[in-house]
Design a protein around this ligand. Structure first.
Ligand code: PEP
Length: 263
């Protein structure tokens, strides 16, 4: 089944509103005047940026009409109420988001994110018509102890439990081996393919074979312009969640170019 590649830039704790607007304007120019311009217009590749909460609505305004989407880096599951400091799916939709990253390993590691909270967040997002980008991946210790597959299986099964997904486009999975994030040590394309094919088989059981077959599974972990083509050549790699290399317009644009389907 053909899947439209998706590239998402996760900016983490970076960029002010001004820097976000400048970046978005330059990205539009770089992508639409570059070789990927017609393919973007024809939606052969989908692109989104994930600025911090403070800059979401400015990014959405700067990117309006461009086909480049906006994602948050997190969300809370309640719609409203006494939850000081939190942001709801409805607020993200109001700010112009199409996607929301949930379960990023930095949130699991530093902010006590669990599979149960990922599950609640993903459900709240889909109910609001937003697309969760659910991150899964094993630590180095877990890989060395031979637990990579069981960890990913638990994260998928628990994180997606009872999720109402009716079509493949309603959810995105990002496989991000924790040992590859921000380390410069990318997983080999074989390692990415092996786990991502496993994830797709799990998705067949969690949802159904047609939904699993059309769902995008991104790879994340030290993706750079130099390694994207090799990763994208793999059958179950449908795009990338990019951290460090998404902070600079030219390198992010080159990664988008590397995700274009070969014709
Ligand atoms: C990420 O934070 O999701 C990520 C993949 O970071 P990096 O590309 O910097 O490894």
């Amino acid at each position: 089944m053909s899947r439209i590649p998706l590239v998402v830039g996760n900016w983490k704790l970076n960029k002010t509103i001004r820097e976000t607007v400048d970046f978005c304007r330059s990205l539009k120019e770089e992508l639409f005047s570059g070789p990927e311009g017609p393919a973007l217009g024809a939606r052969k590749v989908e692109v989104a940026v994930a600025p911090p909460f403070t800059a979401l609505s400015s990014a959405a305004q700067a990117l309006e009409g461009s086909f480049i989407g906006v994602s948050s880096q997190d969300v809370f599951w309640a719609e409203s109420g006494a939850y000081t400091g939190e942001i709801s799916p409805k607020m993200l939709a109001d700010a112009g988001c199409r996607f929301a990253i949930v379960g990023h390993s930095e949130r699991r590691q530093f902010f006590h994110e669990t599979d149960a909270s990922v599950n609640k967040k993903a459900a709240a997002l889909t109910a609001q018509g937003l697309i969760p980008i659910v991150c899964v991946g094993e630590t180095l210790k877990e890989r060395q102890e031979g637990q990579a597959f069981s960890v990913v299986e638990r994260q998928i099964v628990e994180g997606l439990k009872s999720l109402a997904v009716r079509s493949p486009g309603e959810l995105v999975i990002a496989y991000e081996p924790v040992w590859a994030i921000g380390t410069g040590q990318t997983a080999t394309s074989e390692q990415a393919q092996e786990v991502q094919a496993f994830i797709r088989r799990l998705l067949e059981k969690v949802f159904s074979p047609p939904i699993a077959g059309g769902m995008r599974i991104l790879y994340g972990g030290s993706v750079k312009p130099e390694n994207i083509a090799e990763l994208m050549a793999r059958r179950d790699v449908d795009g990338a969640l990019v951290g460090g290399a998404s902070l600079e317009v030219k390198s992010f644009a080159r990664i988008v170019q590397g995700c274009l389907p070969k014709t």
